[in-house]
Design a binder for this molecule. Structure first.
Ligand SMILES: [Zn+2]
Length: 167
């Protein structure tokens, strides 16, 4: 999944307002950040495991533990951990991923059907931003700003699905 991850983080903010937005965004794409780290430092050997069940569970526990240490709230720690798990859960819809290293590869692989992936991610963006707009602490959420953010996210998603040489 692409922009949908960010939409999930924005939607989660409604319940996890005490966590900084950057924290929520990072948790929602933690396995991809881990991939980048693995590519930069191959010696760490994390590459093959970031999107496996054991890998994402370990990452979720790690993120939850750090969140608990920094913010001292069990609910926030749990929420951050669930955000990490959500990443791989929805990636199984859009990609095909090994359940564990050298394990069976499963997934719907909606990336292969760009319009289907676009519809799924557009729906996720709509739900995520609707939840975000309902965050009780947002100061008079300017609807125009949230609509502009939705349009931007949809544009990025469309470029991902239909542009850039049709990848
Ligand atoms: Zn991913």
């Amino acid at each position: 999944m692409y922009m949908g991850h960010f939409a999930i983080a924005l939607g989660a903010r409604r319940r996890l307002q005490r966590l900084p937005m950057a924290w929520l965004l990072a948790a929602s794409i933690e396995p991809d950040l881990h991939d980048v780290l693995g590519n930069l430092v191959p010696a760490l050997g994390v590459g093959p495991d970031t999107h496996t069940l054991p890998g994402v569970c370990a990452a979720a526990i790690g993120v939850a533990a750090v969140t608990a240490l920094v913010f001292r709230r069990a609910g926030l720690a749990l929420g951050a951990g669930v955000l990490v798990l959500s990443h791989v859960a929805v990636d199984y819809l859009t990609s095909r991923l090994p359940l564990w290293r050298h394990g069976p590869v499963v997934g719907l692989h909606l990336y292969a059907t760009p319009w289907a992936d676009f519809l799924l991610e557009a729906g996720t963006i709509a739900i995520g931003l609707a939840l975000y707009a309902g965050s009780p602490d947002l100061r008079r959420p300017t609807r125009g700003w949230i609509t502009a953010m939705a349009a931007l996210m949809l544009a990025f998603q469309a470029a991902w699905n239909f542009g850039l040489g049709g990848g």
